[in-house]
Design a protein around this ligand. Structure first.
Ligand code: UTP
Length: 237
């Protein structure tokens, strides 16, 4: 089974805690031992936001800010690589071809950001499509996709399961409301829909939740079911 796991920066490195990074790396290694081919995409988290805020105050434009964000995601990617054993490509992949080549060689491939104007949510979706992954997993700081941002709307309800088209509509609505944040961004949702990519959004603050989700589809987040898509055959075994 080929799987791309997106690990949000605020999930991997809310602070510089080597034990937390180690715990995420252990899950990736355990999945590799189970025979999974793995791509990981790492976000920038609070550190990226701090750098972007400071650079904005200094007059940087939006593309320059995104470039700073990308640099931070790649530093976080290096942290994860440092914690992974010999099976990982030691280079942070800077594009999908590099990442795809590493996976085809049998290495775990780790990416951060790729280009301005998007976030690592979209990188993970494009990476998953490029390598024809069976499954895309977003390990975020919220436990799935809600009808609204649960941090700002107490009536928000969680979807156990939803169609990819429904995900696009829900995310578009959330992104329209000022101050709300969605678990994955709109570009990522559209890429998931277009690629018909089976996707899980779950709370990855406890990394041990990722392994049963990947191996058996067991989790308490949200399943995004592509139109006409199949369950990963791996789960049927
Ligand atoms: P993240 O993917 O961590 O952004 O990338 P985010 O969604 O704001 O972070 P979380 O999910 O809340 O932790 C950090 C920043 O890097 C830039 C963007 O500015 C983004 O906000 N970035 C990242 C890009 O410009 N392009 C990319 O491909 C990735």
């Amino acid at each position: 089974m080929r799987v791309v796991i997106s690990i949000g920066g605020s999930v991997l490195a809310p602070d510089l805690d080597s034990e937390r990074v180690e715990a995420h790396a252990s899950v990736v290694e355990a999945l590799a031992r189970e025979g999974c081919e793995i791509g990981a995409v790492v976000g920038g988290g609070g550190v990226a936001r701090d750098y972007i805020g400071a650079a904005r105050d200094l007059g940087a434009n939006e593309v320059q800010l995104d470039q700073i964000g990308i640099d931070v995601t790649r530093i976080n990617a290096r942290l994860l690589i440092a914690a992974l054993g010999s099976q990982v490509d030691p280079k942070v992949a800077h594009d999908y071809e590099e990442a795809g080549d590493a996976i085809r060689r049998g290495d775990i491939s780790v990416m951060g950001g790729v280009m301005p104007g998007q976030t690592t949510d979209a990188v993970a979706a494009a990476f998953a499509e490029y390598v024809d992954a069976d499954l895309l997993v977003y390990a975020t700081s919220v436990n799935g996709v809600f009808s609204a941002d649960p941090k700002s709307d107490p009536d928000a309800t969680k979807f156990e399961e939803m169609a990819a088209g429904e995900l696009v509509d829900v995310i578009a609505d959330i992104e329209m409301s000022a101050g709300s944040s969605a678990p994955v961004d709109l570009l990522a949702a559209k890429l998931i829909e277009r690629a018909k990519m089976r996707t899980i959004v779950l709370d990855g603050t406890d990394p041990s939740r990722i392994e049963p989700a990947v191996l058996r589809g067991e989790h308490s987040g949200t399943d995004i079911i592509p139109e006409g898509g199949d369950e990963p055959t791996y789960w049927a075994q």
